[in-house]
Design a protein around this ligand. Structure first.
Ligand code: AMP
Ligand code: ZN
Length: 452
């Protein structure tokens, strides 16, 4: 397996620290608003990586944190503890629902920042003791000058030796600064603070991830993922803090996903999808347009995970018809499932191992579908093998066997409708429902579905 490592800026051979175990940490959502499909692209990419590693025989342990306290959440909840809980619980649930809709496997662990404050405090104490951190009137800051290779991940040169400080969690790459590990209480924080050995206050965003990742995966682990915007300052600062505490390399492979961009109108320049620009699309807006969220999953796989991707409704609708075509083919290949074709599976594996060449893997699906030299039942088996990675849900597409009794009732109802015997038709429909089936009228007659 080969994978691009942001740290070396090269495609590298993947060699985990303790094979066959692989630890992956993903920066999770800040739960104060709905995730947009740009965020979700990054989470689909990590899901693909995780599925590939499991497919190749590794045993992946995946951790994704939930950022449930930070500058934005405090602002949104106006410092009220109940409100903070209400907001973060609401958006955490909606986020997990989104993952489910996209067939993204739940990580093995999803620690919340507010439940791991003690680990953060311990790390900060350790950094103060070792001289990596210092106290000011408004917080405890990390001194980037003390860090051995500060900025290596982001390719920063001439990291300034001056002691300019920044309290905000987000700032620009051109201006590396000492950043806040712990923010002392400010009246704007209202009821949201912790009384700890290092003072009354709350953690900075960067220390949250250092604490939760090392607590769950150990001080040195294999893979850390996120979108490219996190390279600086977030991941850069995570490295500085974690390595200051442990004295060991924090992460072996840094894997970053490219951004999803969108044009405001056809003649405009594409811009990144972002809440602050206000150009976001959520899974709900897809569903309102009758688009299956899995069509979005399909669409994301048609671009390489590291490339930027321009969103358009036309492309998404195209992805939806491609996916439906695939479902139809799969059903038309018959009931029997044969044996996965070795040649195709080996070609597929090669693509997965080549830094996640998913667009080529999608193309291979269509080559297989149209290949007359492979038996239909073997095509089905091969597609099911591929679907361990794609996760389009082919295994759930089994054509339903509707019992004879139900089909007979449905025909009787159809007849009653034709004879304008509305009451009788309604009664039969109710009977069908009681027996656990749903009857939907369509242009060409009716459709039956089990609702069990
Ligand atoms: P946030 O909730 O803002 O911390 O973002 C969650 C994840 O989504 C992070 O890994 C970000 O890097 C990623 N992300 C944010 N915007 C985009 C975008 N437009 N395209 C792809 N990934 C994004
Ligand atoms: Zn993070």
């Amino acid at each position: 397996m080969k994978i691009f490592n942001t740290l070396s800026r090269k495609v590298e051979k993947f060699e985990p620290i303790n094979p066959p175990s692989v630890g992956i940490y993903t920066c999770g959502p800040t739960v104060y608003s709905r995730a947009h499909i740009g965020n979700l692209r990054t989470f689909v990419s990590t899901d693909i990586l995780k599925r590939i590693l499991n497919f190749l025989g590794y045993k992946v342990s995946h951790v994704m944190n939930i950022t449930d306290v930070d500058d934005k959440i405090i602002k949104e909840s106006k410092g009220e503890k109940n409100k903070q809980k209400e907001i973060t619980q609401k958006y955490e649930k909606l986020f997990f629902d989104d993952l489910k809709e996209l067939n993204i496997e739940m990580p093995e662990k999803t620690p919340r920042a507010t439940e791991n404050i003690q680990k953060m405090v311990d790390m900060i104490k350790n950094m103060v003791q070792k001289g990596y951190a210092y106290k000011t009137e408004d917080g405890i800051y990390f001194s980037i000058q003390k860090s051995k290779n500060y900025g290596e991940l982001a390719g920063l040169k001439n990291v300034s030796g001056t002691k300019i400080r920044i309290k905000n969690d987000k700032y620009e790459k051109d201006n590396p600064q000492d950043f806040a590990l712990w923010k002392f209480y400010d009246k704007e924080d209202g009821q949201i603070y912790w009384d700890t050995e290092i003072g009354k206050g709350r953690p900075g965003w960067h220390i949250e991830c250092s604490a939760m990742s090392t607590k769950c995966l150990g001080e040195s682990f294999d893979i850390h993922t996120g979108g490219t915007d996190l390279i600086f300052p977030h991941h850069t600062n995570e490295i500085a803090q974690s390595e200051a505490v442990s004295g060991e390399r924090f992460v072996k492979y840094w894997v970053h996903g490219g951004f999803l961009n969108i044009k405001e109108n056809p003649s405009a320049e594409a811009e990144k999808m972002s809440k602050s620009i206000g150009n976001v699309i959520t899974l709900d807006s897809l569903k309102e347009k009758n688009i299956n969220p899995l069509a979005y999953r399909y669409l994301t796989l048609t671009s390489h995970y590291r490339s930027e991707m321009n969103f358009s409704w036309e492309a998404l609708i195209g992805a939806q018809s491609a996916l439906e075509k695939l479902f139809d083919f799969y059903n038309e290949f018959g009931k029997n499932i044969g044996k996965a074709d070795k040649k195709y599976v080996s070609e597929f594996k090669k693509l997965l191992e080549d830094d996640l060449a998913m667009p080529e893997a999608v193309a291979l699906v269509w080559k297989l579908v149209k290949d007359d030299s492979v038996e239909n039942e073997d095509k089905k088996a091969t597609l099911l093998e591929f679907d361990k990675i794609f996760a389009f849900g082919l295994d759930k597409l089994k054509k339903e066997e509707i019992p004879q009794e139900i089909r007979k009732l449905a025909s009787e109802r159809e007849l009653a409708r034709k004879n304008k015997e509305w009451e009788k038709a309604d009664q039969i429909r109710k009977k069908i429902e009681i027996l656990g089936y749903e009857l939907k009228d369509t242009k060409n007659g009716f459709e039956l579905k089990s609702v069990k």
